[in-house]
Design a protein around this ligand. Structure first.
Ligand code: GDP
Ligand code: IMO
Ligand code: MG
Length: 433
């Protein structure tokens, strides 16, 4: 049975979890396929607000099986903390949450090195979330990483793997004149959680295959966003994983044939948290207005997000990379009530007009946005049930984005809650499921 992929079309925090949550009743399985605790995914439902970091956000529905896929890097301690909060809030998890034995472990040394690279080593800080993501993926690709399967070993073999890792990474810490981590302490921390975490760890590639063969419908929950992708994003101001649709295959073991729906999530404007180029960034009053109205503060770090107008050049690029079959446009409420809204249709660089997304950072840094301005619409006028009832200017804004991106906007989100969603029936039907 085919799968749906949810991918962020911008620099993350587009409202992916809100859309996952909205579509989850039509799916049986939810899988995170990349990233780790750097993600902050928020769901607002009748029971309040839930912030997810490593556990897929679709787990709130009792019929759903949740999987942390092989493409992730997992902080086991943070996983247990997140789990505890969910259980305390009455979410029954038993038997329906699995962690891939092939996912990599984020070790305490990874977090230390992540922060050290940011503060002391890099020429310019990336603004990493400090969760150890980059160093954990480095170790994976350097073939020195520890997989979650380590927790399935007996205590002596687990100790040996932890020892190898701590001894190796302590050499890096020593090189950077940092105090080494105590092997005794790390090993005993790992031994203490072994029994708590080991029963979640399985061969998820196999389980996913079985679920697929049983005809279960799968939701693949992307983290971060296309412009933060390690290959296609604004390198080096990116994260360390494949955030595009391709990552959903390598990060789960599914094949291209399994995917029939790729939904790009875009905010009605743009935000970026952390450093790096951002041509449509608004540093003045309008930027502050967007930040305050959109509550644009990081779910993971609490950092204020940089805000700006919708960037069509960057968004067309992310449509192209992912081949989105449809788009969900979120946070329309945040730009409602403004006298006018702007869309960046091209970049201008030294008098030259660019309509393609530049790969070279030196070019990107010099890009100035070229805007098209559209009239605004009233704040309360968007509290409607259908697209046709939206005010004319809001429809014009959405239709212009749709036309230029060449993809149908099937969902329009007008608030954080499940109910604050407009579905355009013609574009999206559930009859395939
Ligand atoms: P994600 O990382 O893509 O899942 O997004 P985040 O959860 O980090 O950030 C999106 C924020 O916007 C969350 O606080 C959501 O509750 C909120 N949100 C989602 N959709 C809407 C919307 O349409 N309007 C408003 N005002 N907030 C929204
Ligand atoms: P969700 O899934 C927004 C950003 C960080 C930093 C860069 C690298 O909630 O959309 P990392 O810790 O990954 O090494 O940081 O990527 N970043 C995100 N920005 N949303 C996220 O996740 C992000 N995860 C990482 O701010 O600029
Ligand atoms: Mg987020």
């Amino acid at each position: 049975m085919p799968a749906t992929v949810i991918v962020g079309g911008q620099w993350g925090d587009e409202g992916k979890a809100k859309v996952v949550d909205y579509l989850m009743p039509h799916h049986d399985v939810v899988i995170r396929f990349q990233g780790g605790a750097n993600a902050g995914h928020t769901v607002v439902n009748d029971d309040g607000r839930f912030a997810f970091h490593q556990i897929p956000s679709g787990i709130l529905y009792p019929h759903v099986t949740g999987i942390l896929g092989n493409g992730m890097v997992i902080d086991p301690f943070a996983f247990l903390d997140e789990l505890k909060v969910l259980i305390e809030r009455g979410i029954e998890i038993d038997g329906r949450l699995f962690i891939s034995s092939a996912a990599h472990v984020v070790m305490p040394t990874h977090r230390i090195l992540d922060n050290l690279y940011e503060t002391d080593i890099r020429e310019e800080s990336i603004g990493s979330t400090g969760k150890g993501i980059g160093p954990a993926y480095s170790d994976k690709y350097d073939r020195r990483g520890m997989r979650m399967a380590a927790f399935l070993l007996d205590k002596e073999n687990l100790f040996n793997l932890v020892r190898i890792h701590v001894e190796q990474n302590n050499k890096f810490l020593e090189y950077f004149k940092m105090p080494p981590l105590s092997l005794k302490k790390v090993a005993s921390d790992f031994a203490n959680i072994k029994d708590l975490i080991s029963h979640f760890i399985v061969d998820t590639q196999d389980i996913i295959y079985e679920l697929k063969m049983k005809g279960k419908r799968i939701m693949l929950e992307g983290a971060q966003g296309t412009l933060l992708d390690i290959d296609h994003g604004t390198y080096p101001f990116v994260t360390s994983s494949s955030c595009c649709v391709g990552g959903a295959l390598t990060g789960t073991g599914l094949s291209p044939k399994d995917i029939d729906r790729t939904i790009g999530i875009y905010k009605s404007y743009t935000t970026r948290v952390g450093n790096g180029p951002f041509p449509t960034e608004l540093t003045g009053e309008v930027g502050t207005t967007l930040r305050e109205r959109g509550k644009e503060y990081g779910t993971t770090t609490g950092r204020p997000r940089r805000c700006g107008w919708f960037d069509l050049v960057a968004s067309k690029y992310s449509v192209r990379l992912n081949g989105f079959s449809e788009i969900a446009l979120t946070k329309l409420d945040v730009i409602s009530g403004l006298p006018a809204v702007k869309i960046c249709t091209a970049y201008s660089m030294n008098g030259e007009t660019l309509t393609r997304f530049p790969q070279e950072l030196s070019v990107f840094h010099k890009c100035e946005p070229v805007y098209e301005e559209l009239p605004g619409w009233g704040e309360d006028e968007i509290r409607v049930d259908s697209f046709d009832e939206l005010p004319k200017n809001a429809r014009r804004y959405i239709e212009l984005l749709e036309e230029r991106l060449g993809v149908k906007i099937s969902f329009i989100s007008t608030g954080p809650a499940r109910g604050e969603t407009i579905v355009r029936e013609a574009a999206y039907s559930f009859d395939k499921q």
